[in-house]
Design a protein around this ligand. Structure first.
Ligand code: ADP
Length: 408
């Protein structure tokens, strides 16, 4: 038996009136909310109520919206994948569904919305439909996207800067390595000729002190003088090369032009440096079909020839090498072809750089300056130098230089 207070018709009517008033107040509240679209949909998704916020956000009046299926607010793609129905199913299963996504207004434009769908049950716990609350987050989304883009751009720029910095860092490290290598090569190279020079001077000094110079026969004296001369000229060559590099760095490589025959110059050099070439157990063969005369800086061009022919002898694996001079249009074409150790393809760009030596432990001397200076001289004449090479087969260095370089 119920122990609740018995309801009279008056109290029942009062309760009914109170409920109606509460419902009215609630409807007023919902209807006056402008920032949220709040509406009810039935179990199958048809719209049953509509507030001012929903009208403002979606562009439909209550008259237009009520009775329509709520899928009209979804994009074609969402409709095609049956997304509205899935939302309702999840809401029933989990008691709530929330997402952010694109929705469509009456005029077809899209807006970014936050959607919450809640299944509704009556007092008897029967499922009667859904409450749907929608917010227009387009502005926030725009700001988010702007921020995201700005972030992505920033990240990209930071990445680019980092890459550039690590590239510069690598270049600096390479430069330091090249400098350190150079210092050790240069000190070794400068020291090498000093040893025989010191030795010979000591012998002479000892003999002079003992006043026994006459004990040294002419042949011995000549040999000693030769050794000293060679050492001195090697030292002065090395120092000249260093001076040339600083002149090139300071852009002070001045050329004094004169007209002369390349054939004569080459033959003269081969004669003067015959013994040096022989010291590498090599041999030079010179060929030219015609005399090539042009206007160049003689001393500098001699340097070019000398560097290339010394290299052909040094790195020529004790095999003969060829020098040829010819003319193509108004350019002299000078080719040094050896059959020596050759150069690996990846190393070819390096050899024309300052202080670059490919094998630091090789037995032949050098500071890695010859080809750098050679290229600078050739280019100062308006010409170019290139090389074709393969390891074990040999190298061919080709110099092209305008015959009237002074007019360039
Ligand atoms: P270096 O004083 O070392 O000879 P170069 O500038 O003349 O300096 O040459 C740079 C490097 O290029 C050499 O150390 C050598 O490794 C390589 N090279 C130059 N000429 C030849 C050649 N004809 N054959 C093979 N390697 C060569």
């Amino acid at each position: 038996m119920s122990n609740s207070i018995p309801q009279t018709p008056d109290t029942l009517q009062a309760a009914h009136q109170a409920t109606e008033a509460a419902e009215e107040r609630f409807e007023l509240l919902v209807n006056s909310v402008r920032d949220y679209g709040i509406f009810l949909i039935d179990q199958t998704g048809y719209i049953q109520s509509w507030n001012i916020g929903a009208e403002r956000i979606k562009g439909y009046t209550a008259q237009e919206a009520i009775g329509k299926h709520f899928s009209i607010f979804y994009t074609e793609a969402d409709q095609a994948r049956n997304h509205p129905q899935h939302e309702l199913e999840i809401a029933i299963r989990e008691g709530r569904y929330e997402e952010e996504g694109w929705r469509v207004r009456k005029d077809g434009s899209q807006f970014w919305s936050n959607v919450v769908i809640t299944p509704l049950k009556n007092k008897a716990n029967q499922f009667v439909g859904f409450a749907k609350v929608t917010r227009d987050l387009t502005e926030r989304k725009k700001m988010d996207d702007l921020l995201k883009n700005a972030n992505a751009m920033l990240e990209k720029r930071v990445k680019e800067r980092t890459n550039a910095l690590s590239h510069i860092n690598q270049q600096l490290q390479d430069a330091v390595r090249v400098r350190d290598d150079f210092l050790s090569i240069a000190s070794h190279e400068l020291r090498t000729p000093l040893t025989p020079l010191k030795l010979q001077t000591q012998v002479l000094f000892r003999n002079i002190c003992k006043k026994s110079l006459s004990e040294l026969d002419d042949e011995r004296l000549e040999k000693m003088a030769n050794t000293c001369e060679k050492a001195i000229s090697r030292l002065s060559n090395l120092i000249d090369n260093l001076l040339d590099v600083s002149r090139i760095n300071a852009r002070k490589l001045l050329l004094n032009y004169e007209s002369f025959s390349l054939n004569e110059m080459c033959e003269d050099l081969l004669e003067r440096f015959k013994s040096e070439i022989e010291s590498y157990r090599s041999e030079a063969h010179f060929q030219s079909e015609a005399e090539i005369v042009g206007t160049f800086d003689r001393i500098r061009l001699e340097q070019v020839f000398l560097n290339l022919l010394t290299n052909a002898a040094k790195y020529g694996a004790e095999k003969p090498f060829q020098i040829s001079i010819s003319q193509i249009e108004n350019e002299a074409l000078i080719v040094f072809k050896d059959s020596g150790i050759g150069i690996e393809k990846s190393n070819i760009p390096k050899i024309f750089e300052r202080f670059e030596r490919l094998d630091l432990n090789d037995s032949v001397g050098g500071m890695g300056l010859g080809l750098y200076i050679t290229r600078q001289i050739v280019e100062a004449h308006g010409g170019s130098i290139s090389v074709e090479s393969s390891v074990g087969t040999g190298s061919t260095f080709t110099v092209r230089i305008p015959l009237n370089a002074s007019r360039k």
